[in-house]
Design a protein around this ligand. Sequence first.
Ligand SMILES: [Zn+2]
Length: 441
Amino acid sequence: MSRLAGQVAASLAGGDGLEAAELAIRAGMMALGRGLLEPLLAADGGYRGPRAPCGAGHQAPFVSYRGKCVDTAVGPVAVRRAWYHCPACGHGFAPRDAELGVAGQSVSPGLAKMSDRAAAAVPFAPAARLVGELAGITLTGRRLGRRAEADGAASAEMIGARAAAISSGRMAAFIPARELPGMLYICIDGTGCPVIAAETEGRDRKDDSAKVHTREVKMVVVFTQTTTGADGCPVRDPASSSYAATFAPAAEFGTLMAAEARRRGAAHVRQLVILGDGAAWIWNLATRHFPEATQIVDLYHARQHLHELAGLLEFMLGDARDSWLHTRLDELDAGDIAAICAAARAFPLAGSKADDLATALGYFEHNAHRMRYRHFRALGMFVGSGVVEAGCKSIVRQRLKLAGMKWSIAGATGILTLRCLDASDRWDEICTQPGSNTPAA
Ligand SMILES: [Zn+2]
């Protein structure tokens, strides 16, 4: 310590400035930390007897002591620990690694908590540069990414297991601690994520001309609302949004979505609202899990469909297109779907144009009861899931859909889960300890 003080004093006197001094002190403190941590870790060599359970039902014999370098928040430290090898499984392991949270990993849980946050925010290479600059730790983007994907995947597994336990009644979802807000909203949406070719093999693509390989991420955001603003519009409770996302099929997503909503008090609120676009799978899940909820088609999606309808009829409407569309948008706001359909059907179409019109109007007719916007507004409800657009999709778009990105499902799931937990202000629930992610029953 005094040697460090001497060095820094000399450096300051030599005119190197405060920056050099503070960085030298940080480097010195980290070296001091490693000097403390290494002997503390060495105090337990991880010997757990002549045999240790391999995790697959066998007893693996002790082999020898082996060294490993672990990157920690104070820099790389050397660990020597007992190594066991299971002949039946043909794999070796150190029980001590699992206890320390570094089984199959060389980044410590404490450092991972920092590097995972960087990896959730930006691509792995710049994330590694951030960690280097901010924490003074050198990691390659590849190692940082590997750890983040593993931690995110472990968290996703834990969240999925919890959701299944809640759904089967083995786990209580929610204990009301204080007065609940009157309204709880569940917004559901799907968006494409670019994946490596292997992840789309054997799957029918909707559009053969699309060369981009994507898989659908299904997302839910749950938020509450207590008040309306001076203009009578509903106001989302600040910091009340929580997110969940998965590549899993609709049924599995439904379990996840329902567990998240119940964790937020869906079974206890006065009014439950489910917002989504017109996709059938959304309403199937809504009806299955929360039949009592009010279903609303996101107004912005409905408006988009009206624009498409006007485009379809443009060859008939000509210059009247804009005013025609304007009137239909007003009818949509009023929830008058019958008027929209009647106005569109006034045109005598035949052949494929007639089929296209039937499809376009089917969207409105099928969802008419979910488009009673005047009625919903009178009840003080949100009718547009701008929250989904701004929150849910940004979780995917701003990190997983950047130029040139292609993901494995496992890797994308990991990063997506980290981003959902971050956006939900639940960062502390991230699993940085592989192997300790079994949910309490
Ligand atoms: Zn074994």
